[in-house]
Design a protein around this ligand. Structure first.
Ligand SMILES: Nc1nc2c(ncn2[C@@H]2O[C@H](COP(=O)(O)OP(=O)(O)O)[C@@H](O)[C@H]2O)c(=O)[nH]1
Ligand SMILES: [Mg+2]
Length: 434
């Protein structure tokens, strides 16, 4: 099916040294003939472009199909970086039948033409949206094709699908056992083991991608603001020895323990007659609600955590960590830190244990990381578990249809089957020209 040619600026429409305009479509050497003779494939050449009274010396690049980003002919024009000039050039291209691309349309064509798989496209989107160094490295690790474990699983499942189909088709005619249920189930067990490891990796990967919201709470003067500043690596919150200094919730984004964190410093939890401090205390509840991890800071010299605060935190118990601060002053048990001296090692270990489990942060970089991917992996695990509970004597139609289902889930994961994937939402999040 011939695709109508599209164009877009791939550099921002600002005054800049160079502006690049990309064109993709079929038979571009003919379409662009009135403008310029295209250079040899993948060789940059200077061309004088003349249109509507403009005369621009531009560097031109030509990537003939199928060896291009989209898999179609792609041509790049490097003009002088004047935004008005770029607009006039795009208007001219529109006049010769090359319309402006929609956001993500180049990448969408790359997907349709098999130049990229859906996992790549999703990683690309995350690369462009990445806001921290870790998120950039994570998106980069996810680029570069379908991971080996998925390719291997796909191959194994295809093998068993073929076996099961043969058993359904010929099972009764001949005396051959096409489907050895014992072998199938032991193979499924091995696959499922891998899927479970990948599921745990991707749980960590999602913390890397989405970040962890951390609330620091505790009684006044516990050292919450000091810890907040130490984790943030900057002096954001005011620290004094006067209880009740922090009265509003302060928020900062940072990276710590290999994780992108969104930190919240809060007013000390206590009854107060100061109306402003009371408002601050009331604001803690929604923060507790949203937080992924709540650090309940308890000064080491205190014999035990404040019972009232413990009670207030009870509904969030599974995400609360008691941290003993000011360990330079007194002995205590538990997770011991000294925020003022930046001695935070036990806390760092607690973070790593909770969010990375058995893995190092680096080991989680390439794991599946989007909601869509993780949901499909969970479905796949469920499908495999159903196969492993089949009786050896069951009718072959049962494993055949379950294996077919597993195959379909893998195909959806890679995007080879896109029947019910909403691509529109994915591509509308891309920038123009990508
Ligand atoms: N010795 C010691 N003092 C600390 C430590 N952390 C905080 N402080 C001090 O405790 C006081 C209260 O600290 P702040 O961070 O304002 O507590 P907040 O009210 O919980 O926010 C300040 O004088 C800090 O310097 C620590 O680890 N060791
Ligand atoms: Mg404070």
């Amino acid at each position: 099916m011939p695709m109508e040619p599209i164009c877009a600026p791939v550099t921002p429409l600002l005054s800049s040294p160079v502006a690049i305009i990309k064109v993709s479509g079929d038979s571009l050497s003919r379409v662009l003939e009135p403008l310029a003779q295209l250079p040899k494939p993948r060789m940059a050449a200077l061309r004088r472009l003349e249109w509507d009274g403009y005369s621009e010396r531009a560097l031109v690049l030509h990537f003939p199909a199928p060896h291009s980003y989209t898999g179609e002919d792609v041509v790049e024009f490097h003009l002088h970086g004047n935004p008005i000039l770029v607009r006039r050039f795009l208007e001219y291209l529109g006049g010769i039948g090359i319309r402006l691309a929609k956001p993500g349309e180049f990448t969408q064509r790359a997907l349709l033409n098999g130049k990229q798989d859906l996992l790549d496209v999703e990683a690309l989107k995350d690369l462009m949206d990445a806001a921290t160094d870790t998120q950039i490295r994570q998106a980069q690790a996810r680029l570069g094709g379908v991971p080996a474990w998925i390719r291997e699983a796909k191959e194994k499942i295809a093998f068993w699908v073929a076996r099961a189909e043969a058993a359904v088709d010929y099972g009764e005619d001949e005396n051959i056992n096409f489907l050895d249920m014992g072998a199938l189930k032991s193979n499924v067990a091995v696959l499922n083991e891998t899927f479970h490891v990948e599921q745990r990796r991707s749980a960590s990967a999602r913390w890397l991608k989405d970040g962890v919201r951390v609330a620091i709470v505790g009684k006044p003067n516990a050292g919450k603001s000091t810890l907040f500043n130490a984790l943030a690596g900057e002096d954001r919150a005011i620290v004094t020895e006067i209880p009740g200094t922090t009265r509003d919730v302060i928020e900062v984004k940072c990276e710590w323990a290999g994780l992108p964190l969104c930190l919240f410093d809060t007013a000390g939890l206590r009854h107060s007659d100061d109306p402003i401090e009371r408002l601050g205390v009331a604001r803690v509840d929604p923060i507790l609600e949203q937080a992924d991890y709540v650090l309940h800071l308890v000064p080491a010299p205190d014999s035990a955590p404040d019972p009232e605060i413990l009670q207030r935190l009870a509904p969030y118990q599974e995400k609360v960590l008691i941290v003993r601060n000011k360990c330079d002053l007194a002995e205590s048990d538990g997770i011991r830190v000294s925020a003022i001296n930046g001695e935070l090692e036990p806390l760092e270990q607690a973070f790593k244990h909770r969010f990375f489990g058995e893995f190092t942060p680096d080991a989680c970089l390439g794991a599946l990381a989007t909601k869509r991917q993780c949901e499909l992996l969970a479905d796949l695990i469920q499908q495999m578990e159903m196969i492993s509970t089949l009786l050896d004597s069951c009718p072959v139609e049962l494993p055949a249809s379950l294996l077919q289902g597993a195959w379909l889930l893998i195909m959806r994961l890679t995007g080879e089957d896109r029947a019910d994937t909403t691509l529109g939402a994915l591509f509308s999040g891309f920038c123009l020209g990508k």
